[in-house]
Design a protein around this ligand. Structure first.
Ligand SMILES: C[S@@+](CC[C@H](N)C(=O)[O-])C[C@H]1O[C@@H](n2cnc3c(N)ncnc32)[C@H](O)[C@@H]1O
Length: 245
């Protein structure tokens, strides 16, 4: 395991479910004001790729649902999030804008999804992986619910190679990650090592997205070979409330 990957594992200790929930209860009222425009390019890129076919899409960490209007009508999008206050805003947006592509929204932990294996043609997670306490367990669970031939599409900050910036990210990771509710230091190895360890995953694209190339879009295909890992949740599919239509 690389040194930077070890650092990310150490930072796991500074984020746990309660910390993340508490942080997003604080962010929810101001989230759209602060992050709607800043993070729009990555959301648009994700939605445009995911909307290529008449997909059944899982949006993991849907937040206030800023990306929901960007999915093509004709897709079926299920949004899940740990934070009730963030989800309430996503539900309001869905109703207000009559987003018929939104098939359901539910409070769910992305490491224990109540969906059957291979439910979705595409799983997207915009700006989510640096926020979850356990990124590898989250990736395992996203992989479980995507069909062979389907894709996982991520957008998140990946740590800088610049040593000064990387030291600052590491410091922030140790001292303020729990207040912010996200991990400023997130080495590529977290995703890269995970892909390498899975016989059924293939990196198909990795590119920077605006603003200033601060974020990385990653497309991972689930190939036909199937390597199941980790415990399986007991809940299955269709537990989601219908919020639109
Ligand atoms: C930075 S926000 C991104 C929201 C939205 N995708 C966007 O682009 O604005 C990250 C979201 O991930 C959610 N989250 C964090 N950990 C989670 C988990 N284990 N399961 C589900 N959602 C989680 C947070 O509650 C938060 O709403």
């Amino acid at each position: 395991m690389s040194e930077s990957h070890e650092a990310s594992l150490r930072d796991k200790q500074s984020l746990d479910m309660q910390t993340v929930e508490a942080a997003y209860a604080r962010w929810a009222p101001v989230y759209d004001l602060l992050f709607a425009a800043l993070l729009r390019p990555g959301r648009r890129a994700v939605a445009s790729i995911a909307s290529r076919t008449d997909s059944r899409i899982l949006d993991a960490g849907v937040g206030t649902g800023l990306e929901l209007p960007m999915f093509k009508r004709g897709t079926r999008v299920f949004g899940v999030d740990l934070s009730e206050p963030m989800l309430r805003r996503a539900a309001d947006r869905t109703r207000r804008q009559r987003l018929i592509q939104v098939a359901g929204l539910a409070r769910m932990d992305a490491t224990r999804l109540a969906f059957a294996d291979a439910t979705f043609t595409c799983v997207v997670a915009p700006y989510m992986l640096t926020v979850v306490p356990d990124p590898e367990a989250t990736l395992d669970e996203l992989a479980r619910v995507v069909r062979p031939g389907g894709e996982i599409i991520l957008v998140n900050h990946v740590s800088s190679q610049d040593t000064a910036l990387s030291a600052l990210e590491s410091w922030l990771g140790r001292y303020v990650a729990s207040t912010l509710g996200w991990r400023p230091q997130f080495p590529w190895a977290v995703i890269g090592d995970w892909i390498e360890a899975r016989a059924d995953m293939r990196l198909i694209e990795r590119r920077l997205v605006p603003p200033f190339g601060l974020f990385t879009l990653t497309r991972i295909e689930r190939t036909a070979a199937f390597a199941r890992s980790g415990p399986q949740p007991s809940g299955v599919g269709e537990t989601i409330e219908h919020t639109a239509g």
